[in-house]
Design a protein around this ligand. Structure first.
Ligand code: XMP
Length: 507
């Protein structure tokens, strides 16, 4: 096990993720953990994360100085590097040129930490301060034009530090450096597997919950599904899942969720068919934020009503994943649209605690866990689907008829994308029922019917996105099928806007 000491850097979880990718298990702890505790835990190595502070700032986070004498290898990154330099008698100063972004760094060759790295490669820098002089006994093993100590080491004391961020993708050889630190310096064997994580996490849940009961809001999305199955493996029937079907799911989706969780996993699943209730609350409402608000509130109401019937529940299980933690951590951002996550429930239902087994994982890791748990591929690879569902894909007011049209058109689009083998390369794709009617001709008659818009995007983080270059033949098949098979749709258009300036969803 490797320890990551968190000094408040934005990449701490990314470091953890890289370490896991190298098949080494790691834990993240706050920076003030005592050296004695670290010794007792028997960590094979320690990585100091970056952080937003300057070592000279009042109240800047510092670690227990005894850590440097434990004999456990330490790798300091960015702030972590400056902290090490400062603690051991080196000089940290404000750099005359602030380095930010891709930077050429020259590396010493024939060095254990830098083994197999080129003499020069691009690294990601992001710092205002720098190490002006390494502490006594340290040798400088990398430099950039504006950074005299891009990496330093004291091999005998097993102390290493890098000013750049080896954990980010833009550091071309960062992964090699981390690998060298873990395998060569710390002597990790790299045999940790996702299955070990799953096993350990299940054990922890079992120990924490004991004989008490857990409630979970299941949406059928990847995150809540994986979290629920994990808790189910830990405590079986002491988990109850409430699946609120608000009627605005995609075609057959409600039944599919029920099939997997009740039939395959034999879980306690309560499906609440609340479609009519939601529709009547939404009748005549066409303003996007208002729709979202109504669905969010109604969802909570239905969930509370159902959970009351179950008697005392001790814990709430949520499918929070690491990017959610980051996103909700930034209180400053403008509200573009009020995302509603079906997992986003009020905290006052009176639980003893929240169980979030996926809190430290990235999306692709969650998928791996899902496969590990035996969840069907179709569900594991399910594309994201907004909490308010098809309600935000019907422009204007929602009626049962419009909902039906959209479900059918969307199902055809999805079928054809899968048939063309594009369902993994296009990250999200769906149909939108626009609020436009237009004139068409069918047979010998005039039609005046709905326009369906198709949306397909490629993206890695859903924060920015490009429109997917779906082959014309596929678009052609989709369009032909929709106008032929779905009554009252006589026109199909394809959305060719990126995000920004558009968003992925239309509302
Ligand atoms: P936008 O439309 O903001 O969407 O570009 C970004 C991603 O978020 C999804 N989305 C939601 N997910 N609750 C969710 O859980 C919501 O209310 C919600 N609204 C949008 C959207 O589908 C896309 O993947």
């Amino acid at each position: 096990v490797v320890l990551i000491l968190d000094f408040g850097g934005q990449y701490s979880q990314l470091i953890a993720r890289r370490v896991r990718d190298l098949k080494v298990y790691c834990e993240i702890k706050p920076y003030h953990i005592k050296a004695e505790k670290i010794r007792e835990s028997g960590y094979k190595g320690i990585i100091f994360s970056g952080g937003p502070n300057s070592v000279y700032e009042k109240g800047a986070p510092v670690c227990d100085p005894e850590i440097f004498t434990l004999g456990i290898p330490v790798l300091g990154i960015c702030y972590g590097a400056q902290l090490m330099a400062n603690a051991l008698g080196g000089t940290v100063a404000q750099s005359p040129v602030r380095e930010y972004g891709k930077t050429e760094v020259a590396f010493q060759q024939d060095n254990l930490l830098l083994k197999n790295m080129q003499a020069q490669s691009v690294c990601w820098m992001s710092h205002t301060d720098y190490i002006a002089a390494a502490p006594q006994g340290f040798s400088v093993v990398a430099r950039s034009a504006d950074c005299p100590v891009a990496a330093m080491e004291h091999v005998d004391k097993k102390l290493f530090a890098v000013q750049f961020h080896p954990e980010v993708e833009h550091s071309a050889e960062g992964n090699i450096l981390l690998k060298n630190f873990l395998y060569e310096v710390c002597g990790c064997s790299g045999d940790w597997q996702m299955s070990s994580f799953v096993k350990a996490a299940i054990g922890q849940i079992r120990a924490r919950v004991g004989q008490r009961r857990v409630l979970c809001a299941l949406s059928g999305g990847v995150d809540s599904s994986v979290a629920a199955v994990m808790v189910h493996k830990a405590i079986g029937k002491n988990l109850t899942c409430i699946f609120v079907d608000h009627g605005m799911l995609r075609k057959n989706e409600g039944d599919e969720v029920e099939q997997v969780f009740r039939r395959q996993f034999d879980m306690n699943l309560i499906r609440v068919d609340a479609g009519e209730r939601f529709l009547s609350r939404l009748a005549g409402v066409s303003e996007p934020e208002k729709k979202r608000k109504i669905i969010g509130e109604e969802f909570i109401r239905v969930f509370e009503e159902e959970s009351k019937k179950l008697g005392r529940m001790d814990f709430l299980c949520q499918g929070t994943i690491y990017p959610d933690v980051v996103e909700s951590g930034t209180g400053e951002a403008a509200v573009i649209k009020s995302h509603h996550n079906v997992g986003g429930l009020p905290e006052n239902i009176g639980f003893e605690g929240i169980i979030e087994p996926l809190r430290n994982l990235f999306k692709d890791e969650v998928r791996r866990v899902g496969l590990e748990l035996g969840i069907p591929e179709k569900l594991v690879w399910r594309q994201p689907f907004p909490g308010p569902g098809l309600a935000v894909r019907i422009m204007g007011d929602i009626t049962p008829e419009k909902l039906e049209l959209l479900k059918e058109a969307d199902a055809i689009f999805r079928e054809e994308i899968s048939a063309a083998g594009l369902d993994r390369s296009i990250n999200q794709y769906f149909a939108v029922l626009t609020n436009i009617r237009s004139v068409g001709v069918m047979g010998d008659g005039r039609t005046y019917d709905h326009t369906i818009a198709l949306r397909g995007v490629t993206t890695s983080d859903f924060m920015t996105a490009d429109w997917a270059r779906i082959p014309y033949e596929v678009l052609d098949r989709v369009s032909t099928r929709i106008v032929n098979e779905v009554k009252h749709i006589n026109r199909v258009v394809y959305d060719i806007t990126s995000k920004p300036p558009a968003t992925i969803e239309w509302e």
